[in-house]
Design a protein around this ligand. Structure first.
Ligand code: ZN
Ligand code: ZN
Length: 390
């Protein structure tokens, strides 16, 4: 039975566009969470836990006698962005937009719930609707609220729509899928004064300029060239006038790494370099280095499980094997640090806008593909005994 076409029930496409019109930022997904809970109840899911890690939801679908369980995550939050589209379902709120397709991910997981209540499997599927993926720590918030203590979840899975990947295709790899995301603030502390008397100041601007150049050598000279690493200085701020040498200069940036070794090495080098460049000019510096999301690492057995399920659902030719990770971040990584699992890209088509673009839109034709992926995975990961699905 195709549950999501049941009479009187809104289609997944309508739900997706409804969520798209009412985007909510991280930890404020109250309307979105209420919509999801209503839809889960209407689908016949009874075991629903709200308010997990803020606005998060965990819904359990149990079948058979097996103690095995899998968790499937969708994120719910939007971005602080103005929607530049002209479509009828564009955002109704200035400064808020589903620019990353989390509206689509949530609609897919609602669709999976509709199907899973009628799908034979043996064990528990935990549907995890996560708040605040966009840099606000929603995954850790759910973990801190007992996600893995209150609920038995042996493996975790998630998807992300991927503009540029053709509709109908998915892409995966074992090992690193996404990078760690760290950030830094370096404040050069000099001594300001009159621009006509530089000799009685300690000018922080040439120190900052020199340091920005030096920082570019960390990746090229201190990191293994086969281990993808990025250090980008993204902001410099100093001074207020033509004739004033400022007291301080600020440098900010982001560091993306895959391996723990490069992650440690970049921080160590950055600290050493900033301190020594400042000291060499008679200045001082303050460094704030913030370790954000860890790298997203797919485990071997679970990657095989998800790949096999995808091949079963869509055919071998529609499951691409990625050769390299993306250096964007994803806080599903926090779940993968605690449980084995896998993260997969879902084709959003080749002619739409990029993620986080004000012109971006989730491709509604990808919804049923995502639903099929999750229902096939449940059958593979939690097979009914005596039946081999693999
Ligand atoms: Zn995003
Ligand atoms: Zn996203």
């Amino acid at each position: 039975m195709n549950a999501h076409a049941a009479p009187g029930r809104r289609t997944l496409r309508q739900l997706r566009q409804d969520i798209h019109q009412h985007p909510e930022l991280g930890f404020q997904e109250h309307r979105t969470a209420a919509l999801i809970v209503n839809e889960l109840r209407a689908a016949g899911v009874e075991n629903i836990h709200e308010g997990v890690g803020g606005t998060g939801i965990v819904a359990l679908i149990r079948k058979g006698r097996s103690q095995r369980s899998i968790g499937i995550r969708a994120d719910m939050d939007a971005l602080p962005l103005n929607d530049a589209k002209a479509s009828a379902h564009r955002s109704r709120h200035t400064g808020r937009m589903h620019g990353c397709g989390h509206d689509g991910h949530s609609a897919i997981l609602i669709g999976a719930a509709r199907e899973l209540v009628d799908t034979p499997f043996d064990g528990t599927v935990a549907l995890i609707f996560q708040p605040a993926e966009e840099g606000l720590g929603g995954a850790m918030s759910m973990i801190d609220d007992g996600l893995f203590d209150r609920f038995q979840i042996d493996q975790v899975y998630a998807l992300h729509n991927w503009p540029g990947l053709p509709l109908g295709k998915v892409a995966i790899r074992c090992g690193a899928m996404m990078s760690a995301v760290d950030r830094f603030d370096i404040t050069i502390l000099g001594k300001g004064g009159h621009a006509a008397q530089p000799h009685i100041t300690i000018d922080p601007i040439p120190v900052a300029a020199q340091l920005v150049g030096q920082l570019q050598t960390i990746v090229s000279r201190s990191c293994d060239p086969t281990d993808a690493t990025v250090l980008s200085v993204t902001r410099i701020d100093a001074g207020t006038a033509y004739n004033v040498i400022p007291d301080t200069a600020l440098i900010q940036g982001t560091v993306r790494t895959i391996s723990a070794d490069s992650r440690r090495r970049v921080e160590q080098q950055l600290r050493m370099m900033a301190t020594s460049v400042a000291v060499a000019s008679g200045a001082r510096c303050e460094i704030s280095y913030h370790r954000g999301t860890p790298p997203t690492i797919n485990s071997l057995v679970e990657t095989d499980m998800l790949r096999t399920a995808a091949q079963d659902a869509f055919g071998v030719d529609n499951v691409e094997e990625l050769s390299t990770p993306s250096l964007a971040g994803e806080d599903f990584a926090c779940f993968l640090e605690r449980r084995p699992g896998a993260f997969i890209r879902l084709g959003n088509g080749t002619d739409g806008a990029a993620l986080h673009s004000p012109h971006y839109d989730f491709n509604d034709d990808a919804i049923d593909i995502g639903v099929r992926l999750w229902t096939t995975l449940a059958r593979h990961a939690l097979p009914v005994s005596g039946r081999s699905e693999a």
